[in-house]
Design a protein around this ligand. Structure first.
Ligand code: NGO
Length: 516
């Protein structure tokens, strides 16, 4: 009798042990939160025999398979092979395939089905498969993100996830003008946002303090305009080849690059490079401070529009994405009667390159072309004016989504002109209800900007971006109906292990219980 009680107890202990180890799918911690998760019994265990099959001969699918293999192989040490399959299920494998039209999933959605024997990932489009791959990463222990072999039980809990985004536009902006960041830093940032299913990186390539993109017809922009940065450091710029390399790296992660040349204000670097762009034909001095709103292109000179035509044409030729961003913010020394026709003309110039215009919310003061987009950052009135003209809005509200706003009064980096943004505040807003008169149907998506007046290196970027970034990714991806800070903060806390595994220098907010 005693013996059988002991045996029973032992079995129960073993069972509880195994239940703890293999979490069920619904207890998982995926960010952004998926649309639907249906758990099932069991787990899929990765082993040295697991292969990744892509169905059909497609270089693009193979590339996604290789991306997954490159993410899973280092920590497991399994060296997962990518193979082509005819669609028949191969036991013990991960299978990626494009399905027939599953309209609910759209262009970016996916279905992930995990059983004891197989992992099957399907989507309408490769972008959906890539998003599903990010979910697979998050279902494995956080150590999966490490670059050396780790001991862990590499199990994926069984069940089915169907998932697709709320908004088609989800991303970040990086200001490489105030401080310049190397290509390797931009790529690391791209990798980090890709893990949270973001698909846009907006690069702020020119401002008063620096011009950061090579323009072949106007070489002084970079030799002079790119030669310094805030604080007087040496600055830098991307050659067109380097920019194309960034674009390609981003595209391989289903991320679109949106280049911004800010104008007519925020142009001192250009004005210092070419005297003829100034109304008095005298080049300004290079500027390394952090004031805003003091510079303007000379809006009634012909050469100004020749300059813009050349810049936008070169930029369009190296940017496969459909958008060129013209800035337009804080042109405090441009008279409104000059600003309005200027923005109207620049819209025409961009239209001639075949691209669509995005501008900060002030551009809604002008007459917007049908394909122009307004990026709301400060004035609801401007954004509403844009919507009244039929424009769609990108939501980047300073008080909610600026990654350069400090967390609280003790944060050393960053600014606080739009207030402090603790992690809960950054998460707890809904783009579709933030501005009266602007609903979901008017919104393209969400971009969280990081301005770099006070940010000088990658570790500082990481500190301001994490842990707020997953929240912005979730606002863009997940339905507001299923979102609450009290539930989200638990999932975020568990991501802390992943931040560590990825060597991210994150701000350990006291509002979150971080798992070790
Ligand atoms: C403003 C300003 C930028 C600053 C930023 C700092 C916009 C659109 N223009 O945002 O020049 O760098 O605030 O937070």
């Amino acid at each position: 009798m005693l013996k059988s009680i002991l045996v029973l107890g032992f079995v129960a202990l073993q069972m509880t042990g195994s239940i703890v180890q293999a979490a069920t799918l619904d207890k998982q911690t995926i960010i952004p939160k998926p649309v639907s998760v249906v758990p099932a019994k069991g787990t899929f265990k990765l082993s040295s025999k697991t292969a990744i099959f892509v169905v059909g001969e497609s270089a693009e699918l193979k590339q996604i398979g290789s991306f997954l293999s490159a993410k899973l192989s280092p920590a497991t040490g399994f060296g997962l092979k990518v193979k082509t399959s005819d669609g028949k299920k191969v036991a013990g494998s991960i299978v990626l395939s494009l399905s027939a039209n599953d309209t609910q999933l759209g262009d970016e959605g996916y279905q992930l089905t995990i059983s004891n024997n197989n992992v099957s990932l399907t989507a309408n489009k490769p972008a959906g498969l890539f998003n599903g791959v990010q979910t697979i990463r998050q279902l494995l222990p956080a150590k999966i993100e490490m670059t050396t072999v780790q001991k862990a039980s590499w199990e994926l809990p069984a069940g089915t996830i169907r998932d697709y985004p709320e908004y088609s536009f989800r991303g970040v902006m990086l200001d490489v003008a105030r401080h310049f960041f190397q290509v390797a830093d931009v790529k690391r940032y791209i990798d980090l946002i890709a893990g949270y299913k973001m698909n846009v990186m907006h690069l702020h390539l020119a401002d008063d303090q620096g011009w950061r993109i090579e323009i072949k017809k106007w070489p002084n922009l970079t030799t002079i305009g790119g030669s310094t940065q805030v604080g007087g450091g040496k600055g830098g710029f991307y050659t067109q080849e380097e920019y194309k390399d960034i674009v390609k790296y981003a595209a391989e992660r289903y991320i679109m690059i949106i280049p911004e040349i800010d104008m007519p204000g925020h142009t001192n670097a250009a004005l210092a490079s070419y005297p003829e762009l100034n109304c008095n034909d005298t080049a300004t001095k290079l500027y390394t401070g952090t004031e805003v709103g003091f510079s303007t292109l000379c809006t009634d000179k012909k050469v100004t529009y020749q300059f813009i035509t050349d810049v936008m044409s070169e930029l369009a030729s190296i940017t496969p994405g459909p958008y060129l961003h013209i800035g337009g913010d804080e042109s405090h020394v441009t008279k409104l009667e000059d600003y309005i026709p200027f923005v109207n003309k620049v819209q025409e110039i961009v239209a001639r390159t075949g691209k669509k215009v995005i501008g900060w919310d002030e551009i809604a003061l002008s007459t917007l072309q049908p394909n122009t987009f307004v990026q709301y950052w400060a004035k609801a009135y401007n954004a509403q004016r844009g919507v009244k003209q039929g424009a769609k809005v990108i939501m980047s509200p300073g008080a909610n989504a600026y990654l350069d706003m400090q967390y609280d009064t003790s944060t050393k980096l960053g600014l606080h002109w739009a207030g402090y943004i603790e992690v809960d505040k950054g998460y707890s807003w809904d783009p579709a209800t933030l501005v009266p008169g602007i609903g979901k149907e008017n919104i393209l998506g969400v971009i969280a900007p990081l301005w770099s007046e006070t940010i000088t290196n990658m570790k500082e970027i990481e500190y301001m971006v994490f842990p707020r970034l997953p929240g912005y990714a979730e606002i863009g991806w997940s339905s507001p109906a299923g979102r609450s800070w009290s539930e989200y903060k638990v999932r975020l806390g568990i991501q802390g292990e992943r931040f560590k595994a990825l060597d991210i220098n994150y701000y350990p907010s006291k509002l979150v219980t971080w798992s070790k």
